[in-house]
Design a protein around this ligand. Structure first.
Ligand code: ADP
Length: 295
């Protein structure tokens, strides 16, 4: 069983500044580092650390081949990541001492993933496999059409939410994973309870996972409804919590676990993630998650 993740790969360039650069100003930064990110890459890393076989489908700029090594080192199959002319998806992040940030983002090659590339990657896939999608690359409709033709199950995390482009895709989705804000946007309502009811009513064939931050997570699907509380931890940085949850939860569901077990595993992994600073670096290893669950 393979989970194919059509997802973004972003390089975050993080600059430490004492104020955000002003129009016309040239500002020296006191510290700089680069981090691998993007919901796609984070979710692939989480799936791999959870023990799933994950093949990432995506694109990077030719100059950034080191990204392939970093993903491979995390256990991600990188054969379907294409190096292209042009810049990788990247962000210029100004970070102040009070942890405020200002972000300039360029999607770059994430928007140059082609239908041919997707079809080639998914050619060997079938009903035992899953396709995971977020909303940060091109090719979502092509990938879903291919999944439908080959009976591949589809998990969709429509983030960032763009309602008009996401709604037409929902008919082909088996598992929809959204946070509170995305659920309310998608349903066009302003309460989570209403969003849950409305999505369940409008898409009865869909299994729905609703992540509620510190309030935990809800699953509604053919097996019924279950809710798992978040683990009580001292959160220091919630970056990549959602991605970590998705990776661990989908790895478990795809591996045949019951929804409640999968939610618990995802929640434990996400709880560990929020106790650590960083994005992909804060996604825990499986052994640490199992250890956390035992204690
Ligand atoms: P997103 O980051 O996509 O908005 P959420 O904030 O809903 O996603 O977080 C995803 C999951 O991470 C939650 O369902 C929960 O299990 C876990 N989580 C998030 N914040 C915390 C927290 N402060 N303490 C413990 N677990 C958390």
């Amino acid at each position: 069983m393979t989970i194919y993740n059509l997802g973004s790969i972003n390089l975050d360039h993080v600059y430490r500044v004492d104020h955000f650069v002003r129009p016309g100003e040239t500002l020296a930064s006191s510290d700089y580092h680069t981090v691998l990110g993007g919901k796609g890459a984070n979710q692939s890393i989480a799936l791999a650390r959870a023990g799933a076989h994950v093949q990432h489908i995506g694109a990077i700029g030719q100059a950034d081949n080191w990204v392939l090594d970093q993903l491979a080192e995390a256990g991600v199959d990188t054969v379907s990541i294409t190096p292209l002319d042009g810049a990788s998806g990247h962000a210029i992040i100004q970070l102040t001492d009070d942890a405020e940030n200002a972000i300039l983002f360029y999607p770059g090659t994430n928007h140059n993933v082609t239908r041919q590339q997707i079809e080639r990657a998914l050619a060997p896939a079938g009903p035992d496999d899953w396709l995971l999608l977020q909303n940060e690359t091109s090719g979502l409709a092509d990938a879903m059409a291919q999944a439908a033709r080959q009976g591949i199950r589809v998990a969709f995390n429509p983030a960032p939410m763009t309602r008009d482009s996401v709604i037409p895709l929902l008919a082909g989705v088996d598992l929809l994973i959204v946070n509170e804000v995305e659920a309310m946007d998608l349903a066009g309502v302003d309460s989570v309870t209403e969003a849950e009811a409305s999505l369940h009513r409008d898409y009865p064939g869909l299994a729905l996972i609703l992540t509620l931050g510190r309030e935990g997570v809800v699953y509604i699907g053919p097996e019924g409804r279950s809710r798992v509380a978040a683990f009580a931890v001292d959160a220091v940085d919630t970056t990549a919590a959602g991605d970590t949850f998705i990776g661990y939860c989908l790895a478990a569901l795809a591996g045949g676990e019951q929804p409640e077990t999968a939610l618990r595993l995802g929640s434990a992994a996400a709880a560990l993630c929020v106790t650590r600073v960083g994005a992909s670096a804060s996604i825990p290893e499986r052994a640490a998650v199992l250890d956390f669950l035992r204690n």
